[in-house]
Design a protein around this ligand. Structure first.
Ligand code: HXC
Length: 268
């Protein structure tokens, strides 16, 4: 196997990134563009998407904003068909769009449950279904789902998101096997606490909450969106050609550090 030139490894390829107007989604879209790829960013807020388009175009590639709510399966199918018509193909899909808020489960309304699970679980499937059909027809592609480690260890206050992301892991593993022989790879990335406005506002809105989160990360810091995008780029690239059905955890060992007992080493 020859080592590919990573600086242009996405040249001639097209990516669709959902939730690409901010945070991790924006960073992944820009990272894709920096390696020469064409990118379409899909989301609800036109202005935010256009900011990503500007950042991507600065790398000399073609980029476009697609205004669409991933909860609307008809709109998703139309939007995906439009991207394929304009660019001829989609080589990479990043299911990054998410919705989240912290609430005691007993206070979560059915509509609140539905809002989050519709975005995270149903939206991921709608996009995967629409794009996956094109990938199968064109002979391959790669799909990356952005999740969180509470998909398997759970987390108080985020039952909607944890349940939905657990479903996305099961979807990932199922499709990796179902589509593996047809050259479509499907993986997850599980970022830990990342310095983004969206996650901060939803999950650590106060200085105290932020300090608690920080204390839970053995690496002692938050991730930057760019370093999460770097790991995502690996999974999306041919460097990960034999990796499918897997979850790459990029969390500074946060979830492994969840202690059942107090840390005896902390007392020495
Ligand atoms: C309780 C809430 C609530 C809150 C909304 N709801 N916020 N309930 N506490 N803080 C309830 C509403 O009361 C309503 O139910 C239902 O949810 C739908 O709310 P809407 O605002 O009408 O929905 P909508 O405008 O579609 O917004 C969807 C959303 C919103 C999920 C609620 O937060 C959103 O769009 N977020 C996108 C951005 C985001 O959240 N990013 C953070 C992702 S970070 P009722 O019953 O009143 O009608 C992330 C990282 C995880 O996921 C990893 C960490 C390590």
């Amino acid at each position: 196997m020859t080592t590919p030139d990573t600086s242009t490894e996405f040249a001639g390829r097209v990516a669709l990134v959902t939730g690409g107007g901010s945070g991790i989604g924006q960073a992944i879209a820009v990272r894709w563009a920096a390696a020469g790829g064409t990118v379409a960013v899909l989301g609800r807020r036109k202005e935010a998407l256009e900011e990503t388009v500007r950042l991507a175009e600065a790398h000399g590639v073609s980029a476009e904003a697609v205004v669409c709510d991933v909860r609307d399966h008809v709109a998703v199918a139309d939007a995906v068909d439009d991207v394929v018509t304009r660019h001829g193909r989609i080589d990479a899909l990043v299911n990054n769009a998410a919705g989240n808020f912290v609430v005691p489960s007993e206070d979560l309304s059915p509509n609140g449950w539905k809002a989050v699970t519709d975005i995270v679980l149903n939206g991921t499937f709608y996009c995967t279904h629409a794009v996956g059909r094109h990938m199968l027809a064109q002979g391959g592609g790669t799909i990356l789902n952005v999740i969180a480690s509470y998909a398997w260890h759970g987390h108080p206050g985020t039952v909607h998101s944890a349940a939905a992301k657990g479903g996305v892991v099961a979807m990932t593993r199922t499709l990796a096997v179902e589509w593996g022989a047809r050259n479509v790879r499907v993986n997850c990335i599980a970022p830990g606490p990342t310095e983004t406005q969206g996650a901060g506002a939803a999950l650590w809105p106060t200085a105290e909450a932020r300090a608690d989160v920080l204390a839970s990360v053995p690496a002692g810091r938050f991730a930057s969106p760019e370093e999460i995008a770097e790991s995502a780029a690996f999974l999306l690239s041919d460097r990960a050609a034999f990796v499918t059905g897997d979850v790459l955890v990029a969390d500074g060992a946060q979830w492994l550090g969840k202690a059942i007992y107090t840390d005896p080493l902390a007392r020495t």
